[in-house]
Structures are given as structure tokens and as C-alpha cells.
Design a protein around this ligand. Structure first.
Ligand code: PMP
Ligand code: GLU
Length: 399
């Protein structure tokens, strides 16, 4: 008899984004041409000066364990950045460096949740939130939002979801998977309810630097005085600096939460990679034009994606203020056959789009919104152009 798997892990859903990316990779390896819009990671390589800093760190002997919460230079640089950019006062001791923002989120839920504590997650949501809450023995409470409201949590919906068990509100702006962004006033209206009900907020701000046009990013902790005492801000270098593989994320938290996260990490992972920490330090302290250059490219792609979606029949998206995703409404294209294959939901649509046209996207149901698909446009313009041609052909395919 093979060993049995714990009930906790049996109940865990694997990441749908990573699963679709793996499927696309497999098909590519088998020799098929695949246009991959599944995983959300910049297609750019990490800027050279960041790689050079990592090489220098290795040569200088930064190849040992570090403090479990990260090297003090990096924690100080992060605290300085929040002071300079957002006017938020954090001691470096309140900054905990982890193995990617996903790990920072895991720490936050684990440190906050007792069994049954409720975490409000507005849907559509990034695939990992609910599973990370369950792993931490909390209870995800999914609150739907609507495309007409740009997929933003309204104060009324938020209030209606609060129970005596509610502990945390999770926010992600700019949003994965929709690209939608909250304005300062919208965040302030939510903050008033948070304060009134004595809740904690986990604000996932990993797409802070990827903001388009007239949209303006607001860090949640800034919208009302005193919020730093009840907000855990999550961020990292993966998206802004094209550093997904380096695995560096962080949280800024009230002192007792930061201390608890540090203890947790000291037992679970010891520390994030020493070399990666020095690379992240170079990213934060070095020239920032690399971020702007990538943003210019993303902005061109976003514009093209919006144009193509608008030109195709009966597809729509919300206002994409930030991040690099289009969350496309495909409801009018369900309930029919495509070259003989019946397609009744977003998972079947994505599967047929991949097998018939070689285009990989992720089903909206994985993000808590049936009738949609997510397309990451963090890939080359040529891929995006070909991909949309294929989607157009798919939509026009005979029953
Ligand atoms: N939050 C959101 C909303 C994301 O899209 C991602 C990307 N995977 C993460 C957190 C985690 O980022 P990482 O672990 O690569 O730092
Ligand atoms: N955040 C990216 C995505 O949603 C990376 C993959 C993942 O971590 O889920 O596609």
C-alpha cells in the first residue's frame, strides 16, 4: 500500500495557471506550434545590471545562510522605498523577505488564521488565494463582483459578506486576473468598513509598477491614517523587474505579525536565496529605467489586445488599468460545438482552443468566474498577433 496523503493536501487544488503552462510546454516539446498566454510572467530577461549584482554577490561570498527575514540591506532598501514613494514609515524589522510573493502570502495567512477564521476574497481572484487560505486552516469566503463594476468589491457587497468570524479582507490591485484597479476613494470606502469591523487587510500589490495611461496606483495602507497597524502589504520583484525565477517577495506588516512571520520562516525555509536577495537589492536601488522600458512594451501590447478584443464579435473586458492580463467575457460563445466538439463552459473552451488552434489561455472558472478566460499578454507582440488570428479562426469555426 502506498502511503496515504493528508486530508489537508488531498483537498488542495493544484495551480490552474501553472497546470495550463505545463500543458502548453508539453505540446511545444512534442513539436506543435503553441501560442502561450497561460502563465503571467514577463517574457523579458532580468536586466543585466541585476544579474551582474548577483554574480558580484557570489564572488564576494554572499553564499551562506542569511537572517531568516532577509539581509538587513535589502529590508532597509524596501523600507526606504515605501517611505520615499508612498510616505509610509516602516522599520526594516517590519519587512520580511520571502521566497516570492506567493510565499509571503502563505506566511500572512498562516500567521493570521485560526481554524474557521474567514478571509473575504473578491472574485475573480488569483488562483492561489483560496488554496493558501485553506492550507492555513482558514475559510475562504468568495464574494462575487461584476464586469459592469470593473470587477471591484463594492462597500455594499463587502459589508454583506462580513460575519463575526471575518478576520481578513484580501485585495489585489492592479488585479490578477482582470487588470482592474481601485481608485484611492474606492479603497478609502473599503478601509472605513475595515476599521469599523476591526479587520485586517492583506493587500497584494505585486503589479504596482505595471500601471497604464491615466491610472494611478494607490497603496492601500496610505488611504486612512493608522492603517499600517492592520495592513499586510505584499510585493516583490517578480513582475516589475522580470525576476520570476529568482523567487524574492516581501511583506510589510505590523511588528507582531512580522515577528511571527520571521519565526515561521526560521522553521520552514531558513531564508530566501542569499544571491537572489542581493539581486533584488540591485533591482530596488539601481536604475529604474528598465521598469519603464518594459512598461512601454506592455502598454503597446495592452492597446493591441484591447483593439483585437473589440474587433471580435461578442467579446468584452473590463477597464484594464494595470498588470498584464485580459479577462475576456466569452459567454456568447459557449453552448455550441466547434468542429464537432461541444463546448459548454470556460474550461472546455480553453481546452478546445488549445487542441484545435494551439492557443493556451486559462479558464475563468479557475479564478472564480465562469464564462470568462484569462489571457496573459506578457509575451511577444508577434505571439499576440498570431494568437488573436487563431482565436478569430476558432470563433469562426464551423459547428
Ligand atoms: N500575487 C499575484 C496577484 C500574482 O499574480 C503572483 C504571480 N505569481 C504572485 C502574487 C506571486 O508572485 P511571486 O511568487 O512570483 O513573487
Ligand atoms: N501569477 C502568475 C499567474 O497567475 C504566475 C503563475 C502562478 O504563480 O500562478 O499566471
Amino acid at each position: 500500500m502506498p502511503p496515504t496523503i493528508s486530508r489537508l493536501i488531498q483537498a488542495l487544488e493544484p495551480s490552474a495557471t501553472l497546470a495550463m503552462a505545463a500543458k502548453a510546454r508539453e505540446l511545444k516539446a512534442s513539436g506543435r506550434t503553441i501560442y502561450d498566454f497561460s502563465v503571467g510572467e514577463p517574457d523579458f530577461n532580468t536586466p543585466a545590471h541585476i544579474c551582474e549584482a548577483a554574480i558580484a554577490a557570489m564572488r564576494e561570498g554572499h553564499t551562506h545562510y542569511t537572517a531568516s527575514s532577509g539581509v538587513i540591506e535589502l529590508r532597509t532598501a524596501i523600507a526606504n522605498r515605501y517611505r520615499q514613494v508612498h510616505g509610509l514609515e516602516y522599520s526594516p524589522l517590519q519587512v520580511i523577505v520571502s521566497n516570492g510573493a506567493k510565499h509571503s502570502l502563505h506566511n500572512a495567512f498562516t500567521v493570521l488564521c485560526d481554524p474557521g477564521d474567514e478571509v473575504i476574497i473578491p472574485a475573480p481572484y488569483w488562483v492561489s488565494y483560496a488554496e493558501l487560505v485553506k492550507l492555513a486552516s482558514g475559510k475562504p469566503v468568495i464574494v462575487p463582483t461584476s464586469e459592469a463594476e470593473d470587477f471591484k468589491l463594492t462597500p455594499a457587497r463587502f459589508k454583506a459578506a462580513i460575519t463575526p468570524k471575518t478576520k481578513v479582507l484580501l485585495l489585489c490591485s492592479p488585479s490578477n486576473p482582470t487588470g482592474s484597479m481601485y481608485s484611492k476613494d474606492e479603497l478609502a470606502a473599503l478601509a472605513d468598513i475595515v476599521i469599523e469591523h476591526n479587520l485586517t487587510v492583506i493587500s497584494d500589490e505585486i503589479y504596482e509598477r505595471l500601471v497604464y495611461g491615466n491610472h494611478k496606483f494607490t497603496s492601500f495602507a496610505t488611504v486612512r491614517p493608522g492603517l499600517v497597524d492592520r495592513v499586510i502589504t505584499i510585493n516583490g520583484v517578480s513582475k516589475a523587474y522580470a525576476m520570476t525565477g529568482w523567487r524574492i517577495g516581501w511583506s510589510l506588516a505590523p511588528p507582531n505579525i512580522a515577528k511571527a512571520m520571521d519565526s515561521l520562516q526560521s522553521q520552514e525555509t531558513t531564508n530566501a536565496s542569499s544571491v537572489s536577495q542581493y539581486a533584488a537589492l540591485a533591482a530596488i536601488e539601481g536604475p529604474q529605467n528598465c521598469v519603464d522600458e518594459m512598461l512601454v512594451e506592455f502598454a503597446k501590447r495592452r492597446e493591441y489586445v484591447q483593439k483585437r478584443i473589440a474587433s471580435l464579435p461578442k467579446l468584452s473586458t473590463c477597464e484594464m488599468g494595470g498588470a498584464f492580463y485580459a479577462f475576456i467575457n466569452i459567454q456568447a460563445h459557449l453552448g455550441r460545438t466547434y468542429n464537432g466538439a461541444a463546448v459548454n463552459n470556460s474550461a472546455e473552451w480553453c481546452l478546445q482552443l488549445l487542441s484545435q488552434q494551439g492557443v493556451a489561455t486559462v479558464q475563468g472558472s479557475a479564478f472564480g468566474a465562469e464564462g470568462y478566460i484569462r489571457m496573459s499578454f506578457a509575451t511577444s507582440m508577434a505571439n499576440i498577433q498570431h494568437g488573436f488570428d487563431k482565436i478569430e479562426a476558432f470563433l469562426n469555426s464551423p459547428a
